[in-house]
Design a binder for this molecule. Structure first.
Ligand code: PLP
Length: 420
């Protein structure tokens, strides 16, 4: 799959952009491209089924509702949730985690309760918890990762106190690429009666997710990271908890009855879906899940491991490079962050861009982690289904060129000779 990748042709953007200028896309952790099936499903919906949902009594509206609810069922199966009531469509992971903090956190956590998070979290899984600290006097216990960027269960175990009420961890780190042991964490938190929130934004494209197996209470991911349109995300929540949580947004669609004096909320999941939702986004998300399932996570993972091995081998040959994250390939998803002495990440990204190589540089919305690493920014190359071996060669050649331009001595060997 990595050489002459057979899935690449499913993604129209490569044919289009690649025809004008070489195009090597190594930023899927920020945004995955959409396969033709997703683009077609959204276009077909807009052309043939566009109508508001849950409202009309005419056939077109019923068909739109069916398409929207069918997407929810596809997501339910994808996450192996018990019921579609537990699948709430949000805009993205950020909105989903904010919903948990605003509804569950504000109503069921008390002053002096403690929340566990790791230092490696994306701001989306950090700031909603600092909000509770600032508003309610809840305490945050920050868990450090080890020197390989991995979470150690023993450090988490040590941090648990009788007042620890909630733990929020990513399944895959967007900077370190580390695949965190969420099943083990789920078991640990269940034993202590701690609510477990999983940020699966970077996991959804790379590893199978089974909310029952993890035993988490909440889990969130964003559609665009698995090839769906932007503006559609998912919050899984255990029905028992969602039932007792108040809605965050109030308005249309989320009510059963409204009088001037009071309102009664709709059933799950619509209680949390106020206003007209992103209907075509949900349809696109359903198509994206189907596309991934058609390929299978085993295939995705095998290809990623080959790319990861080659990328790490190539990068390790560069003088003055520091690569962040796990050294063991099976502990890492398709994300590699690095720094090269004397080269500012933004300079490197600009030079790579001249040759059509797209990488992400910056703090990747994980400033507490970068402060701890002692660097203001890192360079990040990330892969998905459409990447191939040649992309790694092009990255290496681009880095070589950047080092030459910036007059940094290099001993990057010709990768074609060493790593094919
Ligand atoms: C690990 C992780 N969590 C949360 C987010 C936030 O996702 P979104 O911007 O879609 O809300 C991201 C985005 O990159 C992420 O990588």
């Amino acid at each position: 799959m990595t050489k002459n990748n057979k899935y690449k042709k499913d993604f129209p953007i490569f044919a289009k952009r690649g025809s004008k200028k070489p195009f090597v896309y190594l930023d899927s952790a920020a945004m995955a491209h959409s396969p033709r099936g997703v683009i077609d499903a959204v276009a077909e919906h807009l052309q043939n089924f566009r109508s508001n949902v849950h409202r009309g009594v005419y056939a077109l509206s019923e068909e739109a509702t069916e398409a929207y609810e069918n997407a929810r069922e596809i997501v339910r199966k994808f996450l192996n949730a018990r019921s579609a009531q537990e699948i709430i469509f949000t805009r993205n992971t950020t909105e989903a985690i904010n919903l948990i903090a605003s509804s569950f956190g504000r109503n069921f956590l008390r002053e002096g309760d403690r929340i566990l998070v790791s230092r490696a979290e994306h701001h989306s899984n950090f700031l909603p918890w600092t909000m509770l600290r600032n508003e309610k006097g809840i305490l945050l216990d920050i868990i450090d990762v080890d020197e390989n960027g991995e979470l150690q269960i023993s450090s988490i175990e040590r941090a648990i106190t009788p007042r620890t009420k909630l733990a929020a961890f990513s399944c895959v780190s967007n900077v370190l690429g580390a695949i965190n042991p969420v099943k083990e964490l789920g078991k640990l938190f269940r034993e202590h009666g701690i609510i477990f929130v999983v940020d699966a934004a970077q996991a959804a494209p790379h590893v199978p997710i089974d909310v029952q197996e993890i035993g988490c209470d909440f889990l969130a991911f964003s559609g665009y990271k698995i090839g769906a349109p932007t503006g559609i995300g998912v919050l899984f929540g255990r029905a028992e908890l969602l039932e007792k949580m108040p809605p965050v947004l109030r308005g249309g669609a989320m009510i059963r009855e409204v009088t001037v004096e009071k309102a009664e909320w709709n059933d799950l999941p619509w209680k949390f879906e106020a206003g007209t939702p992103n209907i075509e986004g949900a349809v696109g998300l359903g198509a994206a899940v189907k596309y991934i399932e058609g390929i299978g996570f085993e295939t995705i993972r095998n290809s990623e491991e080959i790319l990861l091995k080659k990328t790490l081998a190539v990068l390790e040959d560069i003088n003055g490079i520091k690569i962040f994250g796990p050294k063991i390939i099976s502990h890492r998803a398709g994300v590699v962050s690095f720094m090269i002495d004397g080269i500012h990440p933004h300079d490197l990204a600009s030079i790579l861009d001249q040759d059509g190589v797209c990488i992400r540089v910056g703090h990747h919305c994980a400033m507490p982690l970068h402060q701890w690493l002692g660097v203001p920014a890192t360079c990040r190359a990330s892969f998905w289904i459409y990447n191939e071996s040649e992309d790694v060669d092009r990255l290496a050649r681009g880095i070589e060129k950047a080092m030459h331009i910036l007059r940094i001595s290099t001993n990057v060997r010709r990768i074609s000779a060493n790593h094919e």
